[in-house]
Design a protein around this ligand. Structure first.
Ligand SMILES: [Zn+2]
Ligand SMILES: [Zn+2]
Ligand SMILES: [Zn+2]
Length: 132
């Protein structure tokens, strides 16, 4: 196992860690996570493109990633159910608009509201967030 220096949280300004039962007051939706910046990058995913947060139905709150959910709550995650794909469950950290799951899955890796580019690699992890 390679040990990496954690420089990411140092170089990113205005990060905040919020755990259950609090939510991050900078966002208008309930959101928590580890070392979250103002565009919803987190300790785990913080490239230029990592600017979405995803809602979990178990606690009806947004998290930048699955690992943020694991570290800031005390329960098992539940995927967003298919019958609710027409509800807002994805937050664009750049423009702060919420997208429905359908909009997000159809958006070709850029925000339909502001055009911000999203990380195409997130496609590989969709099964962790959305019911298949
Ligand atoms: Zn939860
Ligand atoms: Zn995270
Ligand atoms: Zn946007």
């Amino acid at each position: 196992m390679v040990v990496q220096m954690d420089v990411s949280t140092v170089s990113r300004p205005n990060t905040r860690t919020t755990a259950v039962s609090e939510t991050d007051s900078r966002f208008s939706v309930p959101l928590r996570g580890v070392a979250v910046d103002e565009q919803t990058r987190c300790r785990h995913w913080n490239s230029e493109l990592d600017v979405v947060a995803l809602k979990f139905t178990c606690c009806e709150a947004y998290y930048p990633c699955f690992e943020c959910h694991a570290e800031t709550t005390d329960h098992e995650p539940e995927q967003w159910p298919r019958e609710r794909f027409d509800e807002p469950a994805v937050l664009c950290g750049v423009c702060r608009e919420t997208l429905t799951v359908e909009q997000y899955l159809d958006c070709e890796d850029s925000c339909p509201s502001c055009g911000a580019a999203f990380n195409p690699g997130c496609r590989e992890h969709r099964h962790r967030y959305f019911e298949q």
